[in-house]
Design a protein around this ligand. Structure first.
Ligand code: URA
Length: 440
Protein backbone atom coordinates (compact mmCIF):
# COMPACT_ATOMS: atom_id res chain seq x y z
CA UNK A 1 0.00 0.00 0.00
CA UNK A 2 1.32 3.45 -0.84
CA UNK A 3 1.31 6.07 1.87
CA UNK A 4 -1.30 8.82 1.44
CA UNK A 5 0.36 12.05 0.45
CA UNK A 6 -1.47 15.21 1.37
CA UNK A 7 -0.28 18.36 -0.32
CA UNK A 8 -0.14 21.83 1.17
CA UNK A 9 -2.65 24.11 -0.62
CA UNK A 10 0.24 25.93 -2.34
CA UNK A 11 1.70 22.70 -3.73
CA UNK A 12 -1.72 21.42 -4.74
CA UNK A 13 -2.40 24.60 -6.77
CA UNK A 14 1.08 24.54 -8.28
CA UNK A 15 0.70 20.91 -9.36
CA UNK A 16 -2.54 21.62 -11.25
CA UNK A 17 -1.15 24.88 -12.62
CA UNK A 18 1.71 22.89 -14.17
CA UNK A 19 -0.65 20.31 -15.70
CA UNK A 20 -0.18 17.56 -13.11
CA UNK A 21 -2.73 14.88 -12.33
CA UNK A 22 -4.23 15.17 -8.87
CA UNK A 23 -4.72 12.02 -6.80
CA UNK A 24 -8.06 11.10 -5.25
CA UNK A 25 -6.79 11.59 -1.70
CA UNK A 26 -5.16 14.89 -2.60
CA UNK A 27 -8.45 16.23 -3.93
CA UNK A 28 -10.41 14.90 -0.97
CA UNK A 29 -8.13 16.51 1.60
CA UNK A 30 -7.91 19.80 -0.34
CA UNK A 31 -11.74 20.11 -0.35
CA UNK A 32 -12.09 18.88 3.25
CA UNK A 33 -9.42 21.34 4.46
CA UNK A 34 -11.17 24.18 2.65
CA UNK A 35 -14.48 23.29 4.26
CA UNK A 36 -13.24 22.84 7.84
CA UNK A 37 -10.99 25.90 7.79
CA UNK A 38 -7.71 24.01 8.33
CA UNK A 39 -6.55 24.17 4.70
CA UNK A 40 -7.10 26.29 1.60
CA UNK A 41 -8.49 29.79 1.92
CA UNK A 42 -11.02 31.30 -0.52
CA UNK A 43 -8.21 32.85 -2.56
CA UNK A 44 -6.35 29.54 -2.77
CA UNK A 45 -9.50 27.69 -3.80
CA UNK A 46 -10.09 30.38 -6.44
CA UNK A 47 -6.56 29.92 -7.77
CA UNK A 48 -7.09 26.16 -7.99
CA UNK A 49 -10.40 26.67 -9.82
CA UNK A 50 -8.69 28.85 -12.40
CA UNK A 51 -5.88 26.29 -12.81
CA UNK A 52 -8.51 23.56 -13.27
CA UNK A 53 -10.39 25.79 -15.72
CA UNK A 54 -7.33 26.03 -17.99
CA UNK A 55 -5.69 22.65 -17.39
CA UNK A 56 -8.91 20.62 -17.16
CA UNK A 57 -9.64 17.63 -14.95
CA UNK A 58 -9.66 14.10 -16.32
CA UNK A 59 -12.28 11.44 -15.59
CA UNK A 60 -10.70 10.24 -12.32
CA UNK A 61 -10.04 13.76 -11.06
CA UNK A 62 -13.61 14.83 -11.87
CA UNK A 63 -15.01 11.77 -10.09
CA UNK A 64 -12.77 12.45 -7.07
CA UNK A 65 -13.91 16.08 -6.93
CA UNK A 66 -17.54 14.95 -7.19
CA UNK A 67 -17.04 12.51 -4.32
CA UNK A 68 -15.28 15.13 -2.19
CA UNK A 69 -18.29 17.44 -2.69
CA UNK A 70 -20.73 14.66 -1.73
CA UNK A 71 -18.74 13.87 1.43
CA UNK A 72 -19.00 17.49 2.59
CA UNK A 73 -22.65 17.12 3.65
CA UNK A 74 -25.63 14.89 4.30
CA UNK A 75 -26.51 12.18 1.82
CA UNK A 76 -30.14 11.19 1.41
CA UNK A 77 -30.67 7.51 1.94
CA UNK A 78 -33.61 6.36 -0.16
CA UNK A 79 -32.91 2.98 1.38
CA UNK A 80 -34.97 0.11 0.19
CA UNK A 81 -37.29 2.06 -2.12
CA UNK A 82 -37.51 0.53 -5.57
CA UNK A 83 -37.39 2.43 -8.87
CA UNK A 84 -36.11 5.71 -7.44
CA UNK A 85 -35.39 8.24 -10.19
CA UNK A 86 -34.14 11.81 -10.50
CA UNK A 87 -33.76 14.30 -13.28
CA UNK A 88 -31.68 17.42 -13.76
CA UNK A 89 -31.90 20.18 -16.32
CA UNK A 90 -28.90 22.41 -16.92
CA UNK A 91 -31.28 25.35 -16.93
CA UNK A 92 -33.88 26.54 -19.35
CA UNK A 93 -36.43 29.26 -19.86
CA UNK A 94 -40.04 28.12 -19.48
CA UNK A 95 -38.70 24.77 -18.25
CA UNK A 96 -41.52 23.37 -16.14
CA UNK A 97 -40.59 19.79 -17.07
CA UNK A 98 -40.36 18.49 -13.49
CA UNK A 99 -43.99 19.47 -12.83
CA UNK A 100 -45.16 17.31 -15.74
CA UNK A 101 -42.53 14.58 -15.84
CA UNK A 102 -42.72 13.87 -12.09
CA UNK A 103 -46.43 12.96 -12.01
CA UNK A 104 -46.14 11.07 -15.33
CA UNK A 105 -43.31 8.78 -14.19
CA UNK A 106 -44.79 8.39 -10.70
CA UNK A 107 -48.15 7.34 -12.20
CA UNK A 108 -46.19 4.80 -14.28
CA UNK A 109 -44.59 3.23 -11.16
CA UNK A 110 -41.34 5.18 -10.65
CA UNK A 111 -40.52 7.30 -7.59
CA UNK A 112 -39.13 10.76 -8.23
CA UNK A 113 -37.25 12.08 -5.20
CA UNK A 114 -36.05 15.53 -6.14
CA UNK A 115 -34.05 18.22 -4.41
CA UNK A 116 -34.46 21.39 -6.40
CA UNK A 117 -32.92 24.84 -6.50
CA UNK A 118 -34.51 28.26 -6.60
CA UNK A 119 -34.25 30.33 -9.73
CA UNK A 120 -31.51 32.90 -10.26
CA UNK A 121 -31.07 35.20 -13.27
CA UNK A 122 -32.94 34.35 -16.44
CA UNK A 123 -33.93 30.78 -15.52
CA UNK A 124 -36.73 29.92 -13.10
CA UNK A 125 -36.60 27.41 -10.26
CA UNK A 126 -39.00 24.52 -9.73
CA UNK A 127 -39.55 25.42 -6.07
CA UNK A 128 -40.54 28.98 -7.03
CA UNK A 129 -43.07 27.60 -9.51
CA UNK A 130 -44.54 25.21 -6.94
CA UNK A 131 -44.86 28.02 -4.41
CA UNK A 132 -47.53 29.51 -6.71
CA UNK A 133 -49.78 27.08 -4.79
CA UNK A 134 -50.56 28.90 -1.52
CA UNK A 135 -49.29 26.83 1.41
CA UNK A 136 -46.83 24.69 -0.59
CA UNK A 137 -43.96 23.57 1.67
CA UNK A 138 -40.53 22.85 0.24
CA UNK A 139 -38.87 22.23 3.61
CA UNK A 140 -39.99 18.67 4.43
CA UNK A 141 -37.85 16.87 7.01
CA UNK A 142 -35.94 13.89 5.55
CA UNK A 143 -38.36 11.35 7.05
CA UNK A 144 -41.41 13.25 5.69
CA UNK A 145 -39.73 13.45 2.30
CA UNK A 146 -39.06 9.72 2.25
CA UNK A 147 -42.55 8.82 3.40
CA UNK A 148 -44.04 10.97 0.66
CA UNK A 149 -41.80 9.49 -2.03
CA UNK A 150 -43.03 6.08 -0.93
CA UNK A 151 -46.74 7.03 -0.64
CA UNK A 152 -47.22 9.41 -3.59
CA UNK A 153 -44.25 8.48 -5.79
CA UNK A 154 -43.19 12.13 -5.97
CA UNK A 155 -41.69 14.71 -3.61
CA UNK A 156 -39.76 17.91 -4.36
CA UNK A 157 -37.89 19.84 -1.69
CA UNK A 158 -35.48 22.78 -1.61
CA UNK A 159 -31.76 22.59 -0.87
CA UNK A 160 -30.75 22.95 2.76
CA UNK A 161 -27.43 24.26 4.01
CA UNK A 162 -26.33 20.66 4.75
CA UNK A 163 -26.88 19.61 1.17
CA UNK A 164 -23.50 19.37 -0.63
CA UNK A 165 -22.16 22.49 1.15
CA UNK A 166 -18.79 22.27 -0.63
CA UNK A 167 -20.51 22.78 -3.97
CA UNK A 168 -22.55 25.69 -2.59
CA UNK A 169 -19.41 27.47 -1.32
CA UNK A 170 -17.25 26.65 -4.31
CA UNK A 171 -19.99 27.54 -6.80
CA UNK A 172 -20.27 30.98 -5.16
CA UNK A 173 -16.51 31.43 -5.75
CA UNK A 174 -16.77 30.24 -9.36
CA UNK A 175 -19.54 32.73 -9.93
CA UNK A 176 -17.25 35.66 -9.06
CA UNK A 177 -14.00 34.31 -10.54
CA UNK A 178 -15.19 33.54 -14.10
CA UNK A 179 -14.73 29.79 -13.60
CA UNK A 180 -18.31 28.56 -14.05
CA UNK A 181 -18.01 27.58 -17.72
CA UNK A 182 -15.73 24.56 -17.28
CA UNK A 183 -17.09 21.15 -18.25
CA UNK A 184 -15.42 19.13 -15.43
CA UNK A 185 -16.33 21.76 -12.82
CA UNK A 186 -19.96 21.84 -13.97
CA UNK A 187 -20.06 18.04 -14.14
CA UNK A 188 -18.74 17.64 -10.58
CA UNK A 189 -21.11 20.32 -9.27
CA UNK A 190 -24.25 18.87 -10.90
CA UNK A 191 -23.44 15.21 -10.31
CA UNK A 192 -22.50 15.70 -6.64
CA UNK A 193 -26.05 16.93 -6.04
CA UNK A 194 -27.54 14.04 -7.99
CA UNK A 195 -25.44 11.45 -6.12
CA UNK A 196 -26.29 13.01 -2.74
CA UNK A 197 -30.01 12.89 -3.59
CA UNK A 198 -29.82 9.12 -3.58
CA UNK A 199 -31.88 8.03 -6.61
CA UNK A 200 -30.67 4.93 -8.46
CA UNK A 201 -31.54 6.19 -11.96
CA UNK A 202 -30.75 9.66 -13.26
CA UNK A 203 -31.64 11.45 -16.48
CA UNK A 204 -29.88 14.68 -17.42
CA UNK A 205 -31.46 17.24 -19.73
CA UNK A 206 -28.53 19.16 -21.15
CA UNK A 207 -29.74 22.26 -22.94
CA UNK A 208 -28.12 23.77 -26.00
CA UNK A 209 -28.78 27.03 -27.83
CA UNK A 210 -29.01 30.74 -27.13
CA UNK A 211 -30.69 30.32 -23.74
CA UNK A 212 -28.27 27.65 -22.46
CA UNK A 213 -24.82 27.39 -20.85
CA UNK A 214 -23.63 25.32 -23.79
CA UNK A 215 -24.31 27.17 -27.02
CA UNK A 216 -23.61 24.30 -29.46
CA UNK A 217 -24.94 20.72 -29.49
CA UNK A 218 -21.31 19.47 -29.59
CA UNK A 219 -20.35 21.29 -26.38
CA UNK A 220 -23.59 20.17 -24.72
CA UNK A 221 -22.85 16.56 -25.71
CA UNK A 222 -19.35 16.87 -24.20
CA UNK A 223 -20.84 18.02 -20.88
CA UNK A 224 -23.49 15.30 -21.09
CA UNK A 225 -20.82 12.61 -21.61
CA UNK A 226 -18.78 13.88 -18.66
CA UNK A 227 -21.83 13.73 -16.36
CA UNK A 228 -23.06 10.33 -17.59
CA UNK A 229 -19.57 8.91 -17.01
CA UNK A 230 -19.54 10.14 -13.39
CA UNK A 231 -23.02 8.75 -12.76
CA UNK A 232 -22.09 5.34 -14.15
CA UNK A 233 -18.72 5.22 -12.31
CA UNK A 234 -20.61 6.02 -9.11
CA UNK A 235 -22.93 3.07 -9.71
CA UNK A 236 -26.06 4.93 -10.86
CA UNK A 237 -27.96 4.21 -14.07
CA UNK A 238 -27.45 7.46 -15.96
CA UNK A 239 -28.44 8.83 -19.37
CA UNK A 240 -28.57 12.29 -20.90
CA UNK A 241 -30.47 14.00 -23.68
CA UNK A 242 -29.12 17.08 -25.42
CA UNK A 243 -32.19 19.25 -26.04
CA UNK A 244 -33.03 22.55 -27.66
CA UNK A 245 -33.10 25.86 -25.79
CA UNK A 246 -33.10 28.19 -28.80
CA UNK A 247 -36.59 29.25 -27.79
CA UNK A 248 -38.45 28.96 -24.48
CA UNK A 249 -39.95 25.54 -23.77
CA UNK A 250 -43.72 25.56 -24.17
CA UNK A 251 -45.48 28.92 -24.18
CA UNK A 252 -45.48 30.08 -20.55
CA UNK A 253 -42.56 31.85 -18.79
CA UNK A 254 -43.34 32.91 -15.21
CA UNK A 255 -44.28 30.92 -12.15
CA UNK A 256 -48.09 30.60 -11.99
CA UNK A 257 -48.32 30.75 -15.79
CA UNK A 258 -45.97 27.77 -15.97
CA UNK A 259 -47.93 25.86 -13.35
CA UNK A 260 -51.13 26.39 -15.38
CA UNK A 261 -49.33 25.15 -18.49
CA UNK A 262 -48.04 22.08 -16.63
CA UNK A 263 -51.60 21.28 -15.50
CA UNK A 264 -52.88 21.64 -19.09
CA UNK A 265 -50.10 19.30 -20.27
CA UNK A 266 -51.03 16.71 -17.66
CA UNK A 267 -54.57 16.89 -19.10
CA UNK A 268 -53.17 16.22 -22.59
CA UNK A 269 -53.84 19.83 -23.65
CA UNK A 270 -50.39 21.39 -23.33
CA UNK A 271 -47.82 22.51 -25.90
CA UNK A 272 -46.39 19.68 -27.98
CA UNK A 273 -42.71 20.48 -27.37
CA UNK A 274 -43.17 20.30 -23.60
CA UNK A 275 -45.15 17.06 -23.76
CA UNK A 276 -42.68 15.50 -26.20
CA UNK A 277 -39.70 16.40 -23.98
CA UNK A 278 -41.43 14.86 -20.94
CA UNK A 279 -42.12 11.69 -22.92
CA UNK A 280 -38.47 11.53 -24.04
CA UNK A 281 -36.99 12.13 -20.56
CA UNK A 282 -39.59 9.93 -18.89
CA UNK A 283 -38.89 7.07 -21.31
CA UNK A 284 -35.24 7.16 -20.28
CA UNK A 285 -36.17 7.04 -16.60
CA UNK A 286 -38.62 4.14 -16.93
CA UNK A 287 -36.12 2.08 -18.92
CA UNK A 288 -33.09 2.96 -16.76
CA UNK A 289 -35.01 2.00 -13.64
CA UNK A 290 -36.00 -1.36 -15.12
CA UNK A 291 -39.76 -0.73 -14.97
CA UNK A 292 -40.12 -1.47 -18.69
CA UNK A 293 -37.75 -3.06 -21.18
CA UNK A 294 -38.01 -0.70 -24.13
CA UNK A 295 -38.47 2.99 -24.82
CA UNK A 296 -41.59 2.20 -26.85
CA UNK A 297 -43.14 0.45 -23.86
CA UNK A 298 -42.12 3.42 -21.71
CA UNK A 299 -43.78 5.92 -24.05
CA UNK A 300 -47.03 3.91 -24.05
CA UNK A 301 -46.98 3.72 -20.25
CA UNK A 302 -46.45 7.49 -19.98
CA UNK A 303 -49.09 8.34 -22.58
CA UNK A 304 -51.48 5.97 -20.78
CA UNK A 305 -50.79 7.73 -17.46
CA UNK A 306 -51.88 11.04 -19.02
CA UNK A 307 -54.87 9.70 -20.98
CA UNK A 308 -56.28 7.86 -17.96
CA UNK A 309 -56.00 10.96 -15.73
CA UNK A 310 -53.64 9.12 -13.32
CA UNK A 311 -50.80 11.57 -13.92
CA UNK A 312 -53.04 14.54 -13.08
CA UNK A 313 -54.34 12.74 -9.99
CA UNK A 314 -50.73 12.11 -8.89
CA UNK A 315 -50.00 15.83 -9.28
CA UNK A 316 -53.06 16.69 -7.14
CA UNK A 317 -51.92 14.29 -4.41
CA UNK A 318 -48.36 15.63 -4.55
CA UNK A 319 -49.45 19.28 -4.16
CA UNK A 320 -51.79 18.37 -1.29
CA UNK A 321 -49.15 16.21 0.44
CA UNK A 322 -46.79 19.21 0.54
CA UNK A 323 -49.46 21.52 1.97
CA UNK A 324 -50.43 23.30 -1.25
CA UNK A 325 -54.00 24.21 -2.21
CA UNK A 326 -54.67 21.32 -4.60
CA UNK A 327 -58.14 22.65 -5.57
CA UNK A 328 -56.17 24.94 -7.90
CA UNK A 329 -55.18 21.90 -9.96
CA UNK A 330 -58.86 21.74 -11.02
CA UNK A 331 -59.29 25.52 -11.11
CA UNK A 332 -55.99 26.89 -12.50
CA UNK A 333 -57.78 30.13 -13.42
CA UNK A 334 -57.70 30.89 -9.66
CA UNK A 335 -53.86 30.75 -9.53
CA UNK A 336 -52.21 34.15 -8.87
CA UNK A 337 -52.83 36.38 -11.91
CA UNK A 338 -51.31 39.72 -12.94
CA UNK A 339 -53.65 42.74 -13.28
CA UNK A 340 -52.29 43.97 -16.64
CA UNK A 341 -51.98 42.16 -19.96
CA UNK A 342 -50.08 43.77 -22.80
CA UNK A 343 -49.93 42.25 -26.28
CA UNK A 344 -46.67 42.28 -28.27
CA UNK A 345 -47.60 42.94 -31.91
CA UNK A 346 -45.62 41.38 -34.79
CA UNK A 347 -45.74 44.56 -36.90
CA UNK A 348 -44.70 42.69 -40.05
CA UNK A 349 -45.55 39.54 -41.95
CA UNK A 350 -43.20 36.53 -42.10
CA UNK A 351 -42.14 33.58 -40.01
CA UNK A 352 -40.70 33.32 -36.52
CA UNK A 353 -37.08 32.19 -37.04
CA UNK A 354 -35.83 32.31 -33.42
CA UNK A 355 -36.89 33.50 -29.97
CA UNK A 356 -33.98 34.49 -27.76
CA UNK A 357 -34.77 32.39 -24.69
CA UNK A 358 -32.35 34.29 -22.49
CA UNK A 359 -33.96 37.58 -23.55
CA UNK A 360 -37.44 36.30 -22.67
CA UNK A 361 -36.12 34.92 -19.37
CA UNK A 362 -34.58 38.29 -18.50
CA UNK A 363 -37.82 40.06 -19.47
CA UNK A 364 -39.76 37.79 -17.09
CA UNK A 365 -37.18 38.44 -14.37
CA UNK A 366 -37.58 42.22 -14.78
CA UNK A 367 -41.35 41.81 -14.34
CA UNK A 368 -40.59 40.15 -10.99
CA UNK A 369 -40.90 36.48 -11.99
CA UNK A 370 -37.22 35.82 -11.19
CA UNK A 371 -34.38 37.04 -9.01
CA UNK A 372 -31.65 39.42 -10.12
CA UNK A 373 -29.95 38.71 -6.76
CA UNK A 374 -30.10 35.84 -4.28
CA UNK A 375 -32.80 36.55 -1.68
CA UNK A 376 -34.97 38.80 -3.93
CA UNK A 377 -38.67 38.03 -3.54
CA UNK A 378 -40.55 36.93 -6.61
CA UNK A 379 -44.06 37.64 -7.88
CA UNK A 380 -45.82 34.38 -8.89
CA UNK A 381 -48.39 36.14 -11.08
CA UNK A 382 -46.25 37.92 -13.68
CA UNK A 383 -44.58 36.56 -16.80
CA UNK A 384 -44.64 36.22 -20.55
CA UNK A 385 -46.91 34.07 -22.68
CA UNK A 386 -45.44 33.16 -26.06
CA UNK A 387 -48.14 32.97 -28.76
CA UNK A 388 -45.96 32.41 -31.86
CA UNK A 389 -43.22 29.74 -31.79
CA UNK A 390 -40.32 29.10 -34.18
CA UNK A 391 -41.62 28.16 -37.65
CA UNK A 392 -45.05 29.77 -37.17
CA UNK A 393 -46.28 32.11 -39.94
CA UNK A 394 -47.40 35.54 -38.71
CA UNK A 395 -49.21 38.57 -40.10
CA UNK A 396 -48.42 42.20 -39.14
CA UNK A 397 -51.48 42.44 -36.86
CA UNK A 398 -50.82 39.12 -35.11
CA UNK A 399 -49.63 39.04 -31.51
CA UNK A 400 -46.29 37.34 -30.83
CA UNK A 401 -46.65 37.28 -27.05
CA UNK A 402 -48.59 38.66 -24.10
CA UNK A 403 -46.86 40.29 -21.13
CA UNK A 404 -48.53 39.72 -17.73
CA UNK A 405 -47.43 42.66 -15.60
CA UNK A 406 -48.06 44.33 -12.24
CA UNK A 407 -47.67 47.97 -13.40
CA UNK A 408 -48.19 49.86 -16.69
CA UNK A 409 -44.52 50.93 -16.76
CA UNK A 410 -43.28 47.35 -16.42
CA UNK A 411 -45.76 46.19 -19.09
CA UNK A 412 -44.50 48.74 -21.64
CA UNK A 413 -40.77 48.26 -20.94
CA UNK A 414 -40.94 44.50 -20.97
CA UNK A 415 -43.15 44.34 -24.08
CA UNK A 416 -40.33 46.14 -25.96
CA UNK A 417 -37.78 43.62 -24.65
CA UNK A 418 -39.95 40.65 -25.60
CA UNK A 419 -40.49 42.11 -29.07
CA UNK A 420 -36.72 42.37 -29.60
CA UNK A 421 -36.29 38.70 -28.58
CA UNK A 422 -38.18 37.59 -31.71
CA UNK A 423 -36.38 37.21 -35.04
CA UNK A 424 -38.82 37.39 -37.95
CA UNK A 425 -37.78 36.35 -41.47
CA UNK A 426 -39.54 36.29 -44.86
CA UNK A 427 -38.77 32.67 -45.83
CA UNK A 428 -40.06 29.70 -43.83
CA UNK A 429 -37.11 28.71 -41.59
CA UNK A 430 -36.03 25.14 -40.87
CA UNK A 431 -37.06 24.06 -37.38
CA UNK A 432 -34.36 22.67 -35.05
CA UNK A 433 -34.93 19.25 -33.51
CA UNK A 434 -36.14 19.15 -29.91
CA UNK A 435 -33.73 16.33 -29.00
CA UNK A 436 -30.27 16.52 -30.61
CA UNK A 437 -28.57 13.53 -29.05
CA UNK A 438 -28.90 10.77 -26.50
CA UNK A 439 -25.94 9.71 -24.34
CA UNK A 440 -24.75 7.00 -24.02
N1 URA B 1 -25.51 24.23 -12.32
C1 URA B 1 -24.87 23.68 -11.27
O1 URA B 1 -25.50 23.14 -10.37
N2 URA B 1 -23.52 23.74 -11.24
C2 URA B 1 -22.79 24.30 -12.21
O2 URA B 1 -21.58 24.30 -12.11
C3 URA B 1 -23.46 24.89 -13.29
C4 URA B 1 -24.82 24.83 -13.32
Amino acid sequence: MTATRVLRPYDFIQKKRDGGKMGEEEIRSFVAGYMDGTGATDYQMSAFLMAAFFRGLDREETLALTRAYVESGQVLDLGGLAHTVDKHSTGGVGDKTTLVLGPMVAAAGARLAKISGRGLGHTGGTIDKLESFPGFRSDLAPEEFLAQVQRVGLAVIGQTKDFVPADARIYALRDVTATVESIPLIAASVMSKKLASGARSIVLDVKTGGGAFMHTPEKAAELARAMVEIGELAGRHTAALVTDMDQPLGRAVGNALEVAEAIATLKGQGPLDLFELCLALGSELLTLSGLVDSRDAARSALEGAVKSGRALETFRRFVAAQGGDSSLVDHPQALPAAPLLQAVRAGRAGYVAAINAEGVGRAAMLLGAGRARKGDTIDPAVGVEILAKVGDPIGPRDDLAVVHARTPGAATDVAALVSSAFRIVSEKPSVRPLVFARIP
